[in-house]
Design a protein around this ligand. Structure first.
Ligand code: ADP
Length: 684
């Protein structure tokens, strides 16, 4: 039990897990793909940023080197000139020219001044009178340091002479011979010019460049391409003797943009599309799986249903080729499905004697008009014949086009047997009923037969006496006297014979068969027996027949039985009424209320006690009787017999008291089948 449950559980869980894995992998792949798509532009941006930073560092380094190189070159020149002054190689005009050339060719140099040991100006490139004391305090400090150290020194940058002008950077070169201080050369740089002359334009275009002192105060700034964005920045110390300046660069470029928005947009749209299509696919596959499951269930259900069917099924295409048979059909005919499917007529289950009938029906099928329902005979594989009932219907595909025929086949052997048995029992019952009727009228019959027999006896005795009287003289015998007696005896014998014959035909068991018969002939046959009973109960019999009544199609004996039963009931119903009212009427007329078929209506009318409501309800039930010795089968048999003739047995109250039993019979018309319809009795 537990094991079974576990297996069930496993079988439920297993496909779910498998399904989950089937979906998890593509989803993971898609997520990986998406994250790669999103990571790539970010990574590219990062790389670009670090590339730009590196580039800025390299460029800043290069600019710093350039400034240092240029300043170094000037330092070199000035030191050279200083040493030449000390050696006394330079005349004043010559010095003035050298210094002048230096200032003219290098625009960052604003002027060069020579001071003597007292700090008085010896000469200057711009001839503006100046003494060492006029210099800025920073410059004077640098001069002091230069003298002490006997090495050239830069002064801290200072603003111009009137403290609003451009910042300047003084370079002091002491003129020292041994320990003797002979003065100094002071070269003044314009710091803005340093930035504008020594920094290349392409670099200045992309970066904000500034020089700061050691306290991070900005001395000078160049922002040709606009202010820096503080995204890419770098600083580099410009180490000069006596002063430390810092070169700061700040790129005007912002963060690199993520990939162009169109590209990002399309990547996102594509990813969303991909996700959506994956989801749609997943939904579609799920629906398909569900539909497939339902279909499989349906197929299993239908197969189980087909296999359990007792009705044979046979499908044929429009050419009459068998396309499908179910197990019940195979069992019925005893031929396996493989030998039937694909077969064209003649079919293996056709009985050779009925081939014409099958072919006739098959041509109708080919013409597209199959008989919807019919009975025929099939043959089993062992040659046994069996009756079948077939229902044909058109096979229509989903577009409404007919693709063939579907037939349901019922083996009706059992039903036929039951029907046969039923019919035989019905016949037996009728015969017994007739015998019973005869039993009831036997004494009357004996009495009736007694009369012709007594008459015959007396006629023959008379004839014998006559012969005896002329025994001696036979030639005197008048034969003409004998003839009437013998004729009468003959007539009486015929009458007796007639009665016996009618009893015999009435009682004899036989197959019902319909034939044209006149109502008059019917009555002629049955009236002697009716009157026999009528006389017994002192009932007068009257018959009223329409003139020129056409013959009806009927089974003579069955109708005689009906009439005999109805008249007997009528006579018995009148037992207790005054004798003058005991009248039995038999009326036959054409049906006044014409239906689709012309009929003759026969009515048996009595003036008896009538039928009360409670009796009326059970009148036709078998074995229902209100009589002490009644069998209760009479009316039941009458109704069966009348219905066999396609009519109805009805009863109504007689307005003058008593009952009227009425039934109709079809008038013989042209084209009406006359014989061979005995089977109908069992169906009705
Ligand atoms: P049974 O004559 O053996 O009783 P029936 O089937 O012929 O069987 O009749 C059933 C019952 O119907 C009768 O017992 C009787 O009560 C009633 N019945 C039949 N015919 C008439 C009639 N003409 N008048 C009154 N009652 C009738």
């Amino acid at each position: 039990m537990i094991r079974k449950r576990l297996t069930q559980k496993f079988s439920v869980v297993f496909p779910t897990r498998r399904q989950a894995w089937r979906w998890l992998l593509p989803i993971l792949l898609v997520l990986l793909f998406l994250s790669t798509l999103l990571w790539l532009p970010w990574q590219t941006q990062r790389m670009e940023a670090s590339e730009r930073q590196e580039q800025l560092i390299a460029d800043t380094l290069w600019v710093e080197q350039t400034i240092r190189f240029q300043l170094g070159r000037h330092e070199e020149n000035l030191r050279q000139i200083a040493s030449e002054i000390l050696a006394g190689h330079l005349t004043e005009p010559r010095l003035r020219e050298r210094l002048g050339t230096l200032v003219r060719t290098n625009r960052e140099l604003t002027r060069i001044v020579q001071f003597d040991s007292q700090g008085r100006m010896v000469l200057s490139t711009d001839d503006e009178p100046l003494s060492l004391k006029d210099l800025s305090p920073e410059s004077r400090l640098a001069s002091e340091n230069a003298r002490k150290s006997q090495d050239p020194q830069y002064a801290q940058p200072a603003s111009g002479s009137n403290s609003t002008g451009p910042a300047t950077l003084d370079y002091h070169v002491p003129l020292q011979s041994g320990n003797d201080y002979l003065g100094e050369l002071v070269a003044s740089y314009s710091i803005p010019s340093i930035l504008s002359e020594m920094v290349p334009w392409w670099f200045a275009q992309d970066n904000e460049i500034s020089l700061t002192d050691q306290d991070d105060n900005v001395i000078e700034q160049r922002a040709a391409g606009g202010p820096g964005r503080n995204v890419y920045t770098h600083q580099r110390a410009l180490d000069l003797p006596g002063v430390v300046l810092t070169l700061r660069t700040n790129s005007v470029k912002g963060e690199p943009k993520l990939l162009p928005s169109l590209l990002v947009g399309s990547v996102i749209t594509l990813s969303l599309g991909l996700l959506w299509s994956l989801w749609a696919l997943w939904r579609d596959i799920n629906r398909r799986l569900a539909a497939e499951g339902a279909l499989r269930q349906q197929v299993a259900f239908r197969t189980a249903m087909e296999n359990s069917l007792m009705t044979g099924l046979r499908a044929r295409d429009l050419n009459g080729r068998i396309t499908y048979v179910n197990p019940a059909f195979c069992r019925m005919v005893g031929i396996p499905a493989e030998q039937l499917v694909g077969k064209l007529p003649p079919m293996p289950y056709w009985a050779p004697e009925s081939i014409d009938e099958y072919n006739h029906r098959f041509t109708k099928v080919l013409a597209g008009t199959a008989t919807p329902q019919f009975e025929t005979i099939f043959q089993r594989a062992n040659g046994e014949r069996f009756p079948v009932l077939i229902f044909e219907s058109a096979l229509v595909d989903d577009s409404g086009r007919q693709t063939g025929w579907m037939g349901s086949i019922l083996d009706i052997s059992d039903r036929k047997q039951v029907e046969d048995l039923n019919r035989r029992q019905q016949e037996k019952l009728q015969a017994s009923a007739r015998l019973a009727t005869m039993g009831e009228i036997a004494s009357t019959l004996a009495h009736e037969l007694n009369q012709p027999l007594a008459a015959i006896s007396s006629y023959t005795t008379g004839a014998l006496n006559l012969i005896d009287r002329h025994a001696d003289h036979p030639e005197q015998l008048d034969l003409s006297m004998l003839k009437p007696a013998l004729e009468k005896a003959g007539n009486q014998a015929q009458r007796a014979g007639h009665i016996i014959r009618s009893v015999h035909t009435f009682v004899k068991r036989r197959e019902p068969s319909r034939e044209p018969v006149t109502v008059q002939a019917l009555l002629d046959n049955v009236l002697p027996l009716v009157e026999l009973q009528a006389r017994q109960f002192f009932v007068a019999t009257q018959t009223e027949l329409d003139a020129d009544l056409p013959p009806v199609l009927a089974d003579r004996v069955m109708l005689e039985q009906v009439l005999l039963n109805l008249t007997r009931n009528a006579i018995e119903a009148m037992q207790n009424i005054p004798p003058e009212r005991r009248i039995l009427r038999i009326v036959a007329e054409r049906d006044a209320v014409t239906g689709s078929q012309p009929n003759v209506v026969i009515a048996v009318i009595d003036n008896g006690h009538g039928i009360p409501q409670e009796v009326s309800e059970r009148l036709f039930s078998p074995f229902f009787s209100t009589k002490a010795e009644g069998m209760g089968m009479g009316l039941n048999i009458c109704r069966t017999a009348v219905e066999f003739h396609g009519g109805k047995l009805l009863h109504a109250d007689n307005p003058g008291g008593g009952t009227i039993f009425r039934f109709s019979l079809p008038i013989l018309t042209e084209g009406m089948p006359v014989a061979g319809d005995s089977a109908i009795i069992s169906e009705s």
